[in-house]
Ligand binder design. Structure first.
Ligand code: NAG
Ligand code: NAG
Ligand code: NAG
Ligand code: NAG
Ligand code: NAG
Length: 495
């Protein structure tokens, strides 16, 4: 009874809220209607009138853009349009039409990071307007301004497009600035300025230029031995953008497996595009505290529409940021598990590939729902790579590869391989190294096992599968390794 009354009260309150909103809505709508009709009427007034309709429309659009308090963003650097042109009647009655531009729809350049690649060379990693780069020929020039007050040095910036044409509004650009001689090599400090020109691609009458302070090097901050010394890490993982509702348990399994595989001289750079919610952070924390993981919050990139949460941007930033800190850099995803056969180690395999700047790795696609009948009733206690043991063996399908590079010989990078390397690339790595891919398991918070079977070969929905327990067999030692390294704090992690 009391409950009933409460509900009644709630309903009344709800209706009240709707009503008071409705009143405000009505005022708003009336005001809008009035403004719109005014704008429409003004369109038809003779243009002799002292306010032209376009002036008014401009004012309206200004009004509407000023109406909500701007969220503390700096106003975009919009080039001011040339003064308003009018249509003209030429001799012979020809109507010369005017074209009046307003605003700019994409930034010329969005800088993410600038890194030294040696005494005379830099990489500026960023996004740029894709149509400008696809249909125009924008130019870059790099200027080194020494703090000493000595004259600047200039060089042309060389553009690298690492995203295979996948960009959207924005495309990834790595500008390589290589000077004819070392700059700031004595550690006296200076700054790198990147000049960009739209060079006709934005407006043939306007060579819009930007002056970007790409890097500031404080006096005494340059450590030249970094470029020659052996790297701090043997293996560094550059992850691409993580987003969505990731499973903490799957991430826990992945990181434990790979820290064990790559060993004490390894490091993992994880890029959080919104996927590292508190549950996932919880499983990364122990490894961050041990110095194995660096988390980069890249959520802001979401403002700029590029390919797949700007994954090509972040892997290029990662390459240049950590280029001198690792002997080998790996590029693959958190639903993929790199594997080297027993009797070899990751070190012995990579030593055998040391003549190559780059090698690619073959994929073993695994089912994300088939499990073993013997696990019935205890699947929830088993790890993902322990219970998902059926390999898709369909022939004649081109499957994605993943890859690793020796980063000092790499100038830009992709997701499946790099096309900007010095030195050799090999794809002949079968039998030496491979990766197991558990597609669609990382962002699934439910139990993955949907079908329990007690056979070693079967066909489901036209796809032949066979039992492959390679990673299942490693599960116990990975669990022991985790317990030994970070203790029991992740034992209660949820899917
Ligand atoms: C820029 O390109 C040159 C020539 O390909 C290369 O030697 C240099 O390492 C590159 N610089 C960076 C920072 O990638
Ligand atoms: C400045 O330029 C002069 C003349 O080229 C040179 O002798 C001097 O070493 C330069 N100073 C620095 C700090 O680079
Ligand atoms: C724009 O300016 C740059 C730098 O001065 C120059 O190289 C380029 O030719 C100019 N482009 C046009 C279309 O004027
Ligand atoms: C300079 O870099 C080397 C090699 O990475 C390192 O051993 C040394 O400690 C660094 N020096 C300073 C002053 O940071
Ligand atoms: C396989 O499973 C089915 C049903 O679960 C059962 O009837 C059959 O006896 C099992 N076969 C073997 C070889 O375990």
């Amino acid at each position: 009874m009391a409950k009933e009354k409460e509900r009644e009260k709630e309903r009344n309150m709800f209706v009240g809220v709707v009503w008071s909103c409705a009143a405000e809505l009505k005022i708003l709508l009336t005001a809008l209607l009035f403004l719109c009709s005014l704008a429409t009427v003004l369109q038809f007034l003779p243009s002799r009138l002292s306010i032209s309709p376009s002036d008014f429309r401009l004012c309206l659009s200004k009004l509407s853009s000023e109406a909500p308090p701007p969220p503390s963003l700096p106003p975009p650097p919009v080039p001011s349009p040339p003064s308003l042109e009018q249509d003209q009647i030429l001799d012979g009655g020809i109507v010369k039409r005017a074209f009046n531009p307003y605003g700019a729809a994409a930034y010329a350049f969005i800088q993410m990071g600038t890194y030294r690649g040696g005494l005379d060379t830099f990489a500026v990693v960023g996004l740029a307007s894709k149509p400008l780069h696809v249909y125009g020929k924008p130019q870059y020039q790099c200027e080194w301004v020494p703090d000493s007050g000595n004259q600047s040095l200039f060089t042309d910036g060389y553009k690298i497009y690492p995203d295979w044409g996948y960009g959207r509004v924005y495309t990834v650009v790595v500008v390589n600035c290589t000077f004819p001689e070392p700059v700031g090599a004595d550690g006296s400090g200076g700054k790198l300025i990147l000049h960009s020109w739209t060079n006709g691609g934005f407006d043939r009458d306007v060579n819009a230029t930007e002056k970007i302070e790409a890097l500031r090097e404080a006096p005494g901050s340059l450590n030249v031995s970094v470029f020659k010394s052996p790297p701090q890490f043997d293996y560094l993982y550059c992850g691409s953008s993580l987003y969505g509702n990731l499973s903490p348990q799957r991430v826990r399994e992945w990181i434990a497996y790979h820290v064990r595989l790559f060993g004490p001289k390894s490091h993992f750079v994880i890029h959080d595009a919104g996927g590292i919610h508190p549950g996932v952070l919880e499983v990364l924390k122990p490894w961050m505290e041990k110095g194995y993981v660096t988390l980069q919050d890249i959520r802001e990139q979401e403002r700029f529409d590029g390919y797949y949460h700007n994954q090509f941007l972040v892997v290029n930033d990662c390459l240049h940021r950590y280029r001198f800190m690792a002997k080998w850099m790996f590029f693959f995803d958190v639903d993929e598990y790199v594997y080297v056969p027993p009797k070899s180690t990751i070190k012995s395999v990579l030593d055998s590939l040391s003549d190559y700047t780059q090698f690619t790795i073959e994929q073993m696609p695994m089912s994300n729902k088939l499990c073993l009948a013997e696990d019935a009733g205890k699947t929830y206690r088993k790890w993902g790579f322990e219970k998902l043991v059926f390999k898709d063996v369909k022939k004649g399908i081109r499957r994605d590869r993943k890859y690793a590079v020796q980063p000092r010989n790499v100038f830009a990078t992709g997701v499946h391989m790099s096309q900007n390397v010095a030195g050799k690339t090999t794809h002949k790595t079968e039998g030496r190294i491979k990766y197991f891919h558990y597609h669609g398991t990382i962002a699934d918070r439910r139990e993955p096992c949907r079908q329990l079977v007690n056979v070693t070969h079967l066909t489901v929905e036209g796809i032949p599968y066979e039992l492959d327990s390679t990673l299942r067999d490693a599960a116990q030692s990975v669990k022991r390794f985790e317990l030994k390294t970070i203790g029991s704090r992740l034992q209660r992690t949820r899917q």
